[in-house]
Design a protein around this ligand. Structure first.
Ligand code: ADP
Ligand code: SF4
Length: 689
């Protein structure tokens, strides 16, 4: 059972009129589903309730139609009509004794109102500050607007109560919420009693808290989420000013929820940010207030969590990503199953669901946002089907997850790996600069598989179709991976382009195998995720002079979706990497590359000693194709199915591979659904015309 060292994490803590059963606090986090997929989001929160969280919040909920952040999909509480949807959420959250919280957001200068077409209202008249630089400006709230806004908050609070929530979080962090806009001199240029001194800038928060307390404060706890440091220099709401604000308003909310500066700062990826990285910013704040405080820091280690409480730094352990990667984290600590924790790897793939307005996924937890859509429970597999044995070929993330989940379901699994280690691409990529935490994808699954008596692992087993036909497994799952192309074919070039054999050409696989170029290396990145940037970093570390050429407008452009892009550019610039944006590579000569402008096609030659092609990958589907060619022999061999999954099927990020592995394990022996949709979805009901 539970290690007494962690008892402190299970103490109840009061938040105003309500009490949390323990100190595990799931802070608000997006999921890409929001108002479009409310049942999926509700079931996701429900899984966390079952996993033992004491406090569970929604993502940000747009509390009035005059402020919304289209195209991003969050929640909405604009009318009474929205209440049933939110009630479904609060009920799922409260299922196992957790407190249910709703985060009320008025986005002000952060909401372009592209959907409602309302003129945005902000603390001061300014251009809208979003990721997308929308060509829209906000009008400054006048006194009547401020009175209206206070009333809208009260209405939203009352609706939140009707929807069954125990807690309301007033959002003023990450640059996204109106409370921060009032508090920060960057967004508050007012000359009236709401602007100027910190006292004046605090006024709106004080008024709204008082109004809401009058309305629902007898039964609902009120939390305020502010950023520990706006991190935009002198003009912003600095850490010193945050401390002053909290001290000045010691008892304002029932709990202080302390986030970090921008969302990028707050959700720092493991590539650039350690666990508990906010410690210096949060240290000592607890002494400035009589209210409990919650802070975040990608906490996955119960020792670090207990230290945070014992040292008096925090009262609650705030988690977003760790609760996504493992919704059962508190329960596992409670049951003394620390080794079973599926630790977040800090890759921020979960955030891409929000940024791409799709639906979130998690590299470590393939069931995330599939709890309702597919009925996937994060800890329990569906019952075993009629077959007995499965051969999984390839121990990359896809093969490992398939093996783990199949074994959980009760199948006898043989895992055959050509190499001598588990992990496939992750075993290699975890050794690259900044990616060591990604190794948890392997570590978690390796440990789980080792506990299972029904898994046999075979190394040095590069199988071909003939071997597989001899074995006689009922099902064959090929997770044989992919390798990087050597001809630069990706997006700019859909067919190979001229390369001189005298120029040393490298692929990411070469570098990961330890074969390195020297001198001036051109990294041609037409992949656009992390690999080009990471390898530029590696090459500088190895003493090369590096120029990164990319047809995109940003280095590692897709990492805009993982909130890493700015930091990647900063890191490369600091390391002395020359970055050439909006340029492609048209030819590789013996001692140079020819680059072209993506807009004008103007060409330029650049001397170099080697070229690294980060282009696309080729799937290893040879064994699969051979087996398909011998389908007539399957019945004699006892084979019922042969399936290709993961990168071998279609290369993608690691999260796509763990998802493919999990899906294979879930769906084995399932009845054929023909042309039907493989997941549930919600459709907006047609209004009565
Ligand atoms: P994914 O991301 O889809 O899991 P990876 O490339 O990470 O793919 O992993 C594929 C794994 O499959 C590698 O460890 C590789 O050594 C192994 N593999 C590839 N072909 C074979 C084969 N024919 N027999 C056994 N293992 C194989
Ligand atoms: Fe953590 Fe990555 Fe999962 Fe997000 S997607 S919770 S960062 S492992």
């Amino acid at each position: 059972m539970r290690d007494p060292r962690y008892d402190i994490l299970f103490e109840p803590v009061q938040i105003g009129p309500v009490t949390a059963k323990n100190r595990f606090y799931q802070v608000p986090h997006c999921n890409g589903g929001g108002y479009r997929d409310p049942s999926a989001a509700a079931a996701m929160r429900g899984a966390k309730a079952e996993g033992g969280w004491g406090v569970i919040f929604t993502e940000q909920c747009e509390m009035h139609h005059s402020s919304e952040i289209t195209p991003f999909i969050e929640l909405r509480l604009w009318e009474d009509k929205d209440i049933p949807m939110l009630r479904r959420m609060s009920e799922a959250m409260k299922g196992h004794g957790a407190l249910a919280g709703i985060q009320l957001a008025y986005s002000g200068v952060n909401g372009p109102n592209l959907y409602t077409k309302e003129v945005p209202l902000a603390v001061s008249a300014q251009p809208i500050r979003t990721f997308t630089n929308d060509p829209v400006q906000a009008r400054a709230l006048d006194k009547t607007d401020i009175r209206d806004l206070r009333r809208w908050f009260v209405t939203a609070a009352k609706r939140s109560k009707l929807a069954g929530f125990d807690l309301i979080c007033l959002y003023g962090a990450h640059g996204f919420g109106i409370f921060q806009h009032f508090l920060s001199r960057a967004t508050n240029h007012r000359g009236d009693e709401y602007g100027g001194s910190l006292e004046n800038r605090s006024r709106f928060a004080q008024e709204v808290v008082a109004d809401i307390r009058d309305a629902v404060g007898d039964t609902m706890g009120l939390t305020m989420r502010v950023s520990l440091d706006e991190s935009i220099g002198d003009l912003g709401f600095s850490n010193a000013e945050v401390r002053e604000f909290i001290e000045m308003n010691r008892d304002l909310p029932d709990l202080w929820d302390l986030a970090q500066g921008t969302w990028e700062d707050c959700s720092g990826p493991s590539r650039f940010t350690e666990e508990a990285s906010q410690q210096t910013l949060v240290q000592g704040i607890r002494e400035l207030t009589d209210r409990p405080i919650v802070g975040v820091g990608r906490f996955t280690s119960p020792d670090v969590m207990a230290k945070m409480i014992r040292s008096g730094t925090l009262d609650f352990i705030g988690c977003a990503r760790p609760s996504i990667a493992d919704p059962f984290l508190p329960k596992k600590i409670e049951e003394g199953r620390i080794e079973d924790i599926r630790e977040c790897i800090g890759c921020n793939i979960c955030i891409t669901g929000d940024m791409t307005m799709s639906i979130s996924r998690c590299t470590q937890n393939p069931t995330f946002m599939e709890e309702w859509r597919k009925g996937w429970h994060p800890e329990t597999m569906n019952v075993k089907g009629e077959s007995r044995s499965v051969l999984v070929v390839g121990a990359g993330p896809a093969g490992l997850e398939a093996t783990r989940a199949l074994a959980d379901r009760g199948y006898d699994v043989a895992l055959a790996e050509a190499g001598t280690t588990l992990g496939g691409r992750v075993a290699r990529e975890r050794l690259l600069p900044g990616l060591s935490a990604w190794g948890r994808v392997v570590d978690y699954r390796e440990y789980q598989i080792r506990q299972k008596p029904n898994v046999e692992t075979y190394f040095d087993s590069a199988l071909d179709a003939e071997n597989i036909l001899e074995f006689g497994f009922e099902h064959v799952c090929l997770a044989t991976g992919a390798h990087w192309r050597r001809d630069g074919v990706a997006r700019q070039h859909v067919v190979p382009f001229p390369t001189d054999a005298a120029m040393p050409l490298f692929t990411p696989d070469d570098l990961m195998d330890g074969t390195l170029p020297t001198g001036h290396v051109v990294v041609y990145d037409d992949d656009h995720y992390y690999m080009g940037g990471v390898l530029a970093e590696l090459l500088v570390q190895k003493g090369c002079n590096v120029t990164l050429v990319t047809p995109a407008a940003h280095v590692s452009e897709w990492t805009l979706n993982t909130l890493e892009q700015h930091e990647i550019h900063r890191r490369l610039a600091k390391m002395g990497v020359t970055v050439e944006l909006n340029r492609g590579v048209t030819a590789v000569g013996a001692r140079h590359v020819e680059t072209n402008c993506m807009f004008t096609d103007t060409r330029r030659e650049m001397a170099c000693d080697a070229v690294l092609l980060v282009s696309s990958r080729v799937e290893h589907n040879g064994v699969y194709k051979d087996l398909q060619a011998h389908k007539a022999a399957w019945a004699d061999a006892g084979i019922k199915s042969v399936t290709l999954i993961g990168d071998a099927n279609a290369p993608g990020p690691i999260a796509w591979a763990t998802y493919a592995g999990h899906r294979y394990a879930r769906e084995l022996d399932a009845p054929d659904i023909g042309d039907a949709l493989s997941f549930r979805r919600e459709i907006t009901e047609l209004a009565v015309d």
